[in-house]
Design a binder for this molecule. Structure first.
Ligand code: CA
Length: 239
């Protein structure tokens, strides 16, 4: 008994300590989470600010261009043919951009590959480069057709054979055998890797990423009104 009673005050103290810890632990946890949240938010703001002020000097040699080469403003899009958001951008935003600026010779448009969603993202990008190298004038027709033919992101749909079918529809004078061979042999791997590195150097966070005269459009990718305003500002300062 003596033993027990001599131990009990200690036990009591320990229990009190435990109680205090029980109260303090959630408080500390909340404070820590709060701190992490604030720091994260700050980091995001710094990254956003950095993206808004950065001007990327793209080397556009060997890239497909749509529109007048004399246009004062260049819009560069990084995309992945497997990316559903890119398809949405292509179908909802791009036609407005084309009608308002590209067709009026105010903007020239450049597409660069940023394949990251799966091995067949690369295959699709190789197909794009193959068309560009062999039938440069048909590139944007194929580009549009490929987005239209996009399948479920979770399946590996962009096989050389499927891409050949899309290419045949979009490019009437296609040399199908040569196209298939180039896609199967990864002939245009270096071009695609070059595009991808340019995206990494430009610190893009995903696709689609859009740059206007080297400045990243950081608004929502489907906000065409915002993009239009951003382009108009660049047109104004390019005068
Ligand atoms: Ca390219």
């Amino acid at each position: 008994m003596a033993n027990k009673s001599s131990k009990s005050p200690y036990k009591g103290k320990s229990a009190k300590k435990n109680n205090l810890m029980l109260i303090l632990f959630p408080v500390i946890l909340v404070l820590l989470l709060g701190l992490i949240f604030v720091l994260n938010n700050q980091n995001e703001k710094v990254a956003q600010k950095e993206a808004e002020t950065r001007v990327v000097d793209f080397n556009l040699e060997g890239q497909p261009v749509l529109g007048s080469t004399d246009a004062k403003v260049t819009v560069v899009e990084f995309g992945d043919y497997k990316c559903p958001a890119c398809k949405q951008w292509e179908e909802e935003v791009f036609p407005q951009l084309k009608a308002d600026f590209i067709d009026k010779d105010q903007v020239k448009f450049v597409f660069m590959n940023y394949p990251f969603l799966g091995p067949d993202s690369n295959t699709a990008a190789y197909a794009g480069e193959a068309i560009y190298k062999n039938h440069p004038d048909a590139f944007f027709k194929f580009h549009e057709a490929l987005y239209a033919a996009q399948q479920d992101e979770r399946t590996q749909w962009a096989t050389p054979e499927y891409l050949l079918e899309v290419a045949k529809q979009a490019v009437p004078d296609l040399n199908g055998d040569e196209f298939l061979k180039q896609v199967q042999d990864d002939t245009h791997k270096e071009s695609v890797q070059g595009d991808y590195r340019a995206g990494e150097d430009a610190k893009i966070q995903g696709t689609p990423s859009v740059f206007v005269n080297g400045k990243e459009f950081t608004g929502n990718y489907l906000d065409y009104a915002g993009l239009k305003k951003f382009i108009e500002e660049q047109l104004e300062s390019a005068k």
